[in-house]
Design a protein around this ligand. Structure first.
Ligand SMILES: *Cc1c(COP(=O)(O)O)cnc(C)c1O
Length: 366
């Protein structure tokens, strides 16, 4: 079969996908209320749950919408009249804070440096100082804006000893970085189809233990479309979305998950790490440095300090790379003088070599 045109997306999602994933969308028109689609939902959900936990108590509730929809479903459905603490050490932490404020949720912001690990004892002191007891703690597993990997295991111990529910945005970690929701006692975790799973954009999901979902019956959600308990009930009762699902995207997600199972989550992370090692060594040779030190790095997405050369312009570099079939992303970033390169998706070391080669050529032009 003819190969599809391939763009190398080195932006942090949506990622480069395989031809099989792209083609999986082309199916005869289908009503999502038919049995075969219900079976597909069940299969996709259980493949995802299996990545997060081994116990079959864990369930995955899908939503039509990008990763933000799943994060927002968690924030707006689980805190209720409780008091939320959000760890803000990057753009995605800040986004959860904005969500909480938009829904009028009682929230405290714990600010932590963009490029350093969270100081757990300081965080504990901060939470203990609150006038109202903290009931939920929200954190981003992999802060995609910098590449900083937060230590969920330490945070989970803190939450356990203080009887706090841990809410995790794992959108850019899921499918590559190991996750053990059961061991870490994470109440709810958000993920999406179009990052390390290598599916197409349009579906996101929330994973949690069945008893955690059941507890939501007593929590007054502040939303409608993103109501996690109602979506859970629909999945439980009818194996259905509450509203029209992105049917074709779900077929692509199924294929992407099959490919992930075939490669293995560990092996996928190893492939990404090989790409990252090659990438960062190459960047270093070109005089470009990372914002976050390797020790605390996800090795999936890197914020890179911009060249200091006066004739450097991000837009020009972006355009130059684009002409060579490569897309990178700046985004609304702190620190301001950085850009991002992601090494996730259906890519190999050959693609990274190509990128480095083009980058070197670009740097000679400035
Ligand atoms: C990509 C991402 C999201 C979701 O962003 P969308 O634009 O909605 O896909 C949420 N959190 C993190 C950490 C992410 O990397």
């Amino acid at each position: 079969m003819k190969k599809e045109t391939r763009h190398l997306l080195l932006n942090p999602g949506p990622v480069t996908t395989s031809d099989q994933v792209k083609r999986a969308q082309v199916i005869p028109d289908k009503s999502p209320r038919e049995k075969e689609f219900q079976q597909l939902i069940t299969k996709v959900s259980s493949m995802i749950s299996g990545i997060a936990a081994t116990s079959d108590r864990y369930q995955t509730i899908l939503f039509g919408g990008s990763g933000t929809a799943a994060v927002e479903a968690i924030i707006s459905s689980t805190v209720g009249d409780g008091h939320l603490c959000v760890i803000n050490n990057g753009v995605y932490g800040a986004r959860m804070l904005e969500m909480a404020k938009a829904y009028g949720i009682s929230v405290a912001e714990y600010k932590s440096p963009l490029d350093k690990p969270i100081k757990i004892t300081e965080l504990e002191q901060f939470m203990n100082k609150q006038k109202t007891a903290i009931t939920h703690l929200a954190v981003v597993y992999h802060e995609t804006s910098t590449g900083l990997l937060n230590d969920i295991e330490s945070l989970s111990r803190l939450c356990k000893s203080n009887n706090i529910s841990l809410l995790v945005d794992a959108v850019s970690a899921f499918g590559a970085i190991p996750i053990d929701m059961e061991k870490w006692k994470v109440s709810f975790m958000a993920g999406s189809a179009n990052k390390n799973i290598q599916g197409l954009p349009g579906i996101s999901f929330v994973i949690g233990a069945k008893d955690e979902f059941e507890k939501l019956k007593k929590v007054k959600a502040k939303n409608y479309y993103l109501n996690l308990y109602d979506q859970y009930l629909h999945f439980e009762t009818f194996d259905l979305f509450r509203f029209t699902p992105p049917v074709q995207t779900l077929y692509a997600l199924n294929t992407a998950l099959e490919e992930l199972m075939e490669e293995g989550v560990d092996k996928r992370y190893e492939r990404y790490i090989r790409c990252w090692n090659l990438l960062t060594n190459g960047l270093k040779k070109l005089g470009l440095n990372l914002v976050v030190a390797p020790k605390h790095h996800s090795k999936l997405v890197s914020a890179v300090y911009e060249p200091t050369n006066k004739s450097y312009h991000f837009e020009k570099m972006h355009e130059y790379l684009k002409q060579h079939g490569i897309t990178i992303y700046k985004g609304k970033l702190a620190p301001a003088n950085s850009f991002r390169i992601a090494n996730i998706g259906d890519i190999t070391e050959k693609d990274i070599q190509h990128f480095l080669h083009v980058m070197e050529k670009y740097l000679h032009t400035i």
